[in-house]
Design a protein around this ligand. Sequence first.
Ligand SMILES: Cc1cc2nc3c(=O)[nH]c(=O)nc-3n(C[C@H](O)[C@H](O)[C@H](O)COP(=O)(O)O)c2cc1C
Length: 136
Amino acid sequence: MKAEIRYQSISGNTEAVALAMGKVLGIPAKSVEEPIANDVGLVFLGGGIYASGLGGRLKHFVSHLTAGNPATVVCFSTSMNKGDISFRVKPLLEKKGITLHPTELNISETLIKPYKPDVSKQVYDMITNFVADIKV
Ligand SMILES: Cc1cc2nc3c(=O)[nH]c(=O)nc-3n(C[C@H](O)[C@H](O)[C@H](O)COP(=O)(O)O)c2cc1C
């Protein structure tokens, strides 16, 4: 299945996770400014939480997806408090007939910040375990 990674990151935390995820999956991690290819099976979509909401560029990315491409989105996020982005992304995906994967990887900013731009082994292992459970 063709998979891509897209992320929005204002202060670099989600970017660090996305880049590590790219290493684990062997594919490039790209900003949400970059459109996805055709016939993508799965997009790993990452973002921070800002004022209890999604970043504007991430929202724009999801709103401009073509119906059914990708087939599925799986979310990952970084935040101060534990807070998923999936339930915020879900209504946007439903309008497009795109499936939201039921699991999400959320990583506290406190686990990332001291290690920027590279993540710690702990975070790398969290990412590795997460993607191992997703059928790519
Ligand atoms: C302006 C701003 C608002 C934020 N609001 C929240 C929030 O409501 N809830 C939360 O858990 N984290 C909040 N955070 C923390 C970010 O979600 C966290 O630092 C995240 O890792 C940022 O991702 P980024 O570095 O990829 O931009 C906020 C951070 C900023 C800068």
